[in-house]
Design a protein around this ligand. Sequence first.
Ligand code: ZN
Ligand code: ZN
Length: 396
Amino acid sequence: VAEPRELSDDPPVLVCCTGWTAVSPHLGRLEAAPLGPGEAGARALRLAAEGDGTALVFRGHVQLRSGSRLYVRARHVVDLDKARRLSPLNRRDFARIVDEVHRQLLRGARRAEREAMTRAAAKLKRRWNDLGPRATARQIEEVAQVVLGIARSPALARVVEGPLVSRALRVAADSRRAARKESVKPLLDVADRAAVARIGRDQTFWVMNEYGRRARAWARDAAPIIRDGLAQGLDARTIATDLQAALGRRVSGRSEAYFRTVANVAMTRGRSYGQLTGFRDGAVLEYQWSAVMDEVTCPVCAFLDGQIFSTSDAIARMARVEAAPSPDAAAAMDSFYSVRGDRIVVRSSGTEVARFRRDDDGAPTGFRALTPIRGTEGVTMPPAHEGCRCTLLPVL
Ligand SMILES: [Zn+2]
Ligand SMILES: [Zn+2]
């Protein structure tokens, strides 16, 4: 978007009516399609799949004197959700949404990891054998700093936060529309957008924290690898290869599962929030927790299944969480649950909310409530824990 004054300083010099272009605003990528509309459509589909599910096809552009181009009006908007009719309230569709976000997160994170590994490897290429113990320690520290840098990298924050926030907003908006049973205006208002964006940002914070934790653990692993390598008379190249393998396991080894959890938590929160605001709009005063009851349902979700909560209480809690000074504070105020022996506890405070036993097949049963949930910091909307498959139903 340019100011009118800037535009008049940079006047159009060429109008091209025939060129086709596919654009993903989310990825910030633009691809020319010299072969025409078919190619532009195919490129737009690919960009949509790689990005946030949408892409635009433009025909023609206006070239400015400075060389930049203006794309005036989109000919087509590719919207993969619409094409596939993915509904976040449908379990299978929801799983596909989480899958897609998971893939985007992995792709983005791997790029950032690769760059850090390349920088770390460049530092490892020096000749270890010539170094004394103190110089070696310094060198390990230098490499560790590069790896720790992944956790602070704005590039990583962007590739993680981007898909999480944009997708959580869409999931929330679609869930709200579905909860109101209306086919129009899936929009969130400004306050709702801020609340859902916070969900994505908090998840990004946890990802960065996790990278920091793993990088520090790797720095601890590095010293014995180098010491033993030198003692065995290994050359610098071999030691560097060993270090990189250890680093790879530490940093990206578990990211497959970790990013699935992150994607699932963010999308489940977004869906719950959309449902809640939908209930509020539709004057639904209470809602019911609904778990998938099968052989892998955990005691937490089995206990919460069927419990009834007040919509306005939940909205008020959401607003408090949104105003929390830090992601840590937010997580403490709106905490997951854990199972400790035969008790279900609020993770942040340790408050015991229920006791249960197990039947002959090991399935949880015989729940006895110990503390009413509304008086604790325990969450009153899914997810109740990482990988939670629960959802909400309106009480009519
Ligand atoms: Zn569960
Ligand atoms: Zn659950």
